[in-house]
Each structure stands twice: as structure tokens, then as C-alpha cells.
Design a protein around this ligand. Structure first.
Ligand code: PAF
Length: 286
């Protein structure tokens, strides 16, 4: 497994692979890898084939964090990440520095961003106004650097995946986007690097996210219900997790992200819940 930290070296390598017709599968991550990430890596391997190359990028992207968010305390453990990648037979870990990814930023020269202007306004985008600009920018840069034919993203960040698919279509990136299912703990909690922040009691109550999804699923299996009524029902249901504070719950079309007024089976639900400063998200089809 090679560890590449420079943009130029990664681009050189990708060019060589492409000249030989080698398939490149990219798994973009911010590190602190868990089983969810590893399931993406395995999917990349399957899609790229044994002769293809799997690249995992590990980069805590500063531009997708708001000024009051957890950039400085975001968990990092490169040594452990590299070990996990080696065990999955990853070909290259691309782990650049901020200076490599955002040249001239420290001196105020960096000034180009990629902005999706529609899907990124709601939900995560409403709560975290500059978040998706950072995501689309870094993902576009990673596509230009790694030149993948396929890239794998987790369904846990459903809105992120929809926005990236839109960016790829709008900007003609020759990349196939694959969205892989959310991996969960036995009690339903979606795996996330941020779960590490939770204390024992918060961790117990954090099942309220998955619980809310199940709860609403049960309601709409019987018959469609108005979104406004279901939002109230989720707020009440949240009383079972007094340490949690609901940030938002939304019902929407899974492809267009258009809000649904009437919610039925197949409508998508997403929610975000704060446990103290830790913000967890989950989503799923109803
Ligand atoms: O989902 C993530 O971990 C990040 O948003 C991504 C796609 C790696 C971009 O930094």
C-alpha cells in the first residue's frame, strides 16, 4: 500500500494507471475509519475489480466545518487508519496536508469554490450554511486529483450523496457515484466517527434517531400522514431521550430532496439531533 501526500504525485500515479486502462475506485473519507467506511472500501474493490486500484482519501476538510464546529477536535488516528486500509488491501491512501489541498489559503490567495445552489439549501445546509460548499469543493478537487471512474459515498449522508450526484451531472465529471447502505450498531445507531464524542448515557439515548425512523415507518405503513403531524409526533417521541435536542426532522423525495407534505411509504425521512455539542444525523426510506 502506498501513502501519497502530494497532489502532484497522486495525479502522476492516476495518469499512469489511466494510460494502462486501469479502473480507479475512490473512497473519500475524513479518516477515523470505522466499519461503515470499510464497507465502502470493500464495495470499491468489488466495483474496481482485482486489476483495478482502490484509493482511500483521508483528509479532514476544513472548508466544510463552520467557525463554531468541531474541526479542531474532530477525531484523528492516521496510524490506525493506515492499518485498517492495509488489511483491506487498499492500493493507495491519499492523505494530503491543508497546504497541499488549499494552496495559498493561509496567505489569503485561495479563492475558488464549487457551489451547488438548490439541493444544498435544506436540512444540513440550513443548519450548516457553508458545509456543502466545502464538501462539493473538496470532492471536486479529489476527483481532479485521483481521476476515479467510480466513487463510493455512504447513504448516512443522504443529502451529501444527492448533491454530489448533482454536481457530477452538472459539471460533467466522468465519475460514477455509488451510494452504499448505512452500517449500524446492533441497537440501530448509525456508525459515525462522531459517536466517539458521546458519553455512556448519551450513547444509550442516541438510538432515538434510528428509533424515530422506525416509529414513523410504523405510522405510515398503515396510511399516509401529513408531514406537519409527523414532525410533531417525532418531537413528542424525542421525550424518550431527554439528553437529545432535535435540530430538524424532514420528509422528502429521495431523489429530488423536494419536501413532502403528505408522507407515505417510500418518502424519505432525515433528522439531526444534538447531544450536548455532538450532532448526529440519520435518514432512511419509510
Ligand atoms: O462524508 C465525508 O466524510 C466527507 O464529507 C467527505 C465526502 C469525505 C468530504 O470531505
Amino acid at each position: 500500500m502506498r501513502i501519497v501526500t502530494s497532489v502532484a504525485a497522486m495525479q502522476r500515479l492516476a495518469r499512469q494507471w489511466q494510460q494502462h486502462g486501469t479502473r480507479i475506485g475512490l473512497v473519500p473519507t475524513m479518516g477515523y475509519l470505522h466499519e461503515g467506511h470499510l464497507s465502502l472500501v470493500r464495495r470499491a474493490r468489488r466495483r474496481a475489480g482485482q486489476t483495478g486500484k482502490v484509493v482511500v482519501s483521508i483528509y479532514v476538510n476544513p472548508t466544510q466545518f463552520g467557525p463554531k464546529e468541531d474541526l479542531s477536535r474532530y477525531p484523528r488516528d492516521l496510524k490506525r487508519d493506515l492499518k485498517l486500509c492495509r488489511a483491506e488491501a487498499v492500493d493507495v491512501v491519499f492523505a494530503p496536508s491543508d497546504a497541499e489541498m488549499y494552496p495559498g489559503k493561509a496567505e489569503g490567495r485561495y479563492s475558488t469554490y464549487v457551489v451547488e445552489e438548490n439541493l444544498s439549501r435544506s436540512m444540513e445546509g440550513a443548519s450548516r450554511p457553508t458545509h456543502f460548499r466545502g464538501v462539493t469543493t473538496v470532492v471536486a478537487k479529489l476527483f481532479n486529483i485521483v481521476q476515479p471512474g467510480i466513487a463510493i459515498f455512504g447513504a448516512k449522508d443522504w443529502q451529501q450523496a444527492a448533491i454530489i450526484k448533482r454536481m457530477v451531472a452538472d459539471l460533467n465529471f466522468p465519475v460514477k457515484i455509488i451510494v452504499a447502505p448505512t452500517v449500524r450498531e446492533r441497537d440501530g445507531l448509525a456508525l459515525s466517527s462522531r459517536n466517539k464524542y458521546l458519553d455512556a448515557e448519551q450513547r444509550k439515548q442516541a438510538t432515538i434517531l434510528h428509533g424515530s425512523l422506525q416509529y414513523v415507518r410504523k405510522i405510515v405503513t398503515r396510511k399516509p400522514a401529513p408531514a406537519s403531524k409527523l414532525k410533531q409526533a417525532v418531537k413528542k417521541f424525542m421525550a424518550a431521550a431527554p439528553l437529545g435536542r432535535l435540530d430538524y426532522v424532514e420528509f422528502f423525495d429521495p431523489e429530488t430532496l423536494q419536501p413532502a407534505t403528505s408522507v407515505s411509504r417510500g418518502t424519505h425521512m432525515a433528522l439531526a439531533v444534538f447531544f450536548a455539542n455532538t450532532r448526529l444525523i440519520d435518514n432512511g426510506p419509510l
